[in-house]
Design a protein around this ligand. Structure first.
Ligand SMILES: Nc1ncnc2c1ncn2[C@@H]1O[C@H](COP(=O)(O)OP(=O)(O)O)[C@@H](O)[C@H]1O
Ligand SMILES: [Mg+2]
Length: 372
């Protein structure tokens, strides 16, 4: 899969850009605050229908402007495709796929597959469970668009259940419980699908991650990933729906007291261990970062395998954060992918023997051929 053309109008600090990136590696070099991340953000935006930096689309419109535009042409095994995002201040964005307006952002899933790797991702393993859930959700949505819809349905039902719980004080307990149970059924149905797909995804990822990590760590470390659902599925013989429904039922009183739903896929985690030890707790910073890199690279390999073509790789400012063996692993994994790599200096790439790669200079919302 590759981006053939990117057009920006009044997007972030780009007034107007019309760029035809190269099929292989695109290095974007520039000082801070020039628009490097903004450029990869625009590509990410077309892939997921949202920015990786903000939930508020209005922030993407160039300051002082009433609207903004991102247009992207791509080439994939499905042929040439086009994604357009039209932003208007105070209105919902409009999404067009191959010139037809999409009714939901979910329709974007799988059209342009990207894997983004930025310095924040290095904390993927160390951070809170929410970050690992986000990682799973994003990747799985690209891989299985159905997942995205199921997750949306789950979240919508969860929101309703929580609203009910929050409105609780004073309400008669019996009446409330009856209403809760009505939501529990929906929640369990959608939630169990979410859980099943997460488990399958983590299983596939774990095999790839184990091999990759062994190679990055020079054969020294054994990385193990597993899905860590928030409910005890084993007790129900693997029946996720029954486990979830039962857990919701059992936590109803507690939920009423605290005013939100305490169990369910929104509390799941991805367990990352070296040998038997959770990396989050026992790993050194270096081990945590290597594990995060392995996760990201596995995701890339898995997407390539499952979709039959390599996704587009976005590497934002991440190379200088890695030591040389890890840089090598990353550069190795990039082969065969179209890649957008941002950096503030070419020193790292030159050290890696890539001095001949043509680069683009990014300055004040412009991209130009780099000339030293
Ligand atoms: N909506 C916007 N309109 C105009 N400029 C913006 C907007 N959002 C961010 N910027 C500007 O973009 C620059 C940051 O761009 P960014 O791509 O994050 O930089 P970097 O090159 O360091 O990755 C800052 O100068 C910021 O003021
Ligand atoms: Mg940046």
């Amino acid at each position: 899969m590759r981006v053939e053309r990117l057009k920006l109008n009044d997007f972030r600090n780009y007034e107007a850009l019309d760029w035809k990136p190269r099929p292989g590696l695109n290095v974007i070099v520039g000082e801070n605050a020039q628009g490097k991340t903004n450029a990869v953000e625009a590509i990410f935006f077309c892939a997921f229908g949202r920015s990786h930096r903000t939930p508020r689309d209005a922030e993407l419109i160039r300051h002082g402007m009433a609207g903004g535009y991102v247009g992207l042409m791509l080439q994939s095994q499905a042929g040439a495709r086009q994604i357009e995002m039209k932003l208007r201040a105070g209105e919902r964005k409009q999404v067009f796929i191959d010139r037809l307006q999409a009714q939901r952002s979910g329709e974007l899933m799988g059209v342009l597959n990207v894997v983004m790797f930025s310095p924040e991702d290095l904390a993927l393993v160390k951070g809170a469970p929410a970050e690992r859930r986000r990682f799973i959700d994003m990747e799985l949505s690209q891989l299985r668009p159905k997942y995205y819809y199921r997750l949306q349905q789950y979240n919508a039902a969860l929101k309703q259940r929580n609203a009910l719980l929050r409105g609780a004080p004073g309400q008669e307990q019996g009446a409330m419980r009856a209403q809760l149970y009505a939501w529990d059924e929906q929640l369990a149905a959608a939630g169990a699908d979410v859980m099943r797909m997460r488990e399958e995804f983590v299983d596939m990822l774990s095999t790839i991650a184990r091999d990759l990590h062994r190679s990055i760590s020079g054969g020294r470390e054994q990385l193990a990933l597993s899905y860590a659902p928030s409910v005890d599925v084993a007790r129900y013989g693997g029946d996720m729906r029954a486990a979830l429904e039962e857990a919701l039922y059992a936590s109803a009183l507690e939920d009423m007291r605290r005013g939100f739903t305490g169990v369910g896929p929104h509390r799941d985690d991805l367990s990352v261990r070296l040998g038997d030890a959770p990396v989050r707790v026992f790993g050194s910073q270096g081990q945590q970062r290597t594990a995060a890199l392995s996760l990201k690279l596995s995701e890339l390999a898995l997407l390539a395998r499952e979709t039959g073509e390599p996704p587009v790789l976005l590497l934002d400012d991440v190379l200088s954060e890695l030591d040389e063996p890890r840089q090598r692993a990353l550069l190795e994994a990039m082969r065969g992918c179209q890649c957008f790599l941002t950096c503030t200096s070419l020193a790292g790439l030159i050290r890696a023997g890539m001095q001949d790669i043509p680069a683009y200079a990014c300055k004040g919302g412009r991209l130009e051929a780099y000339s030293g």
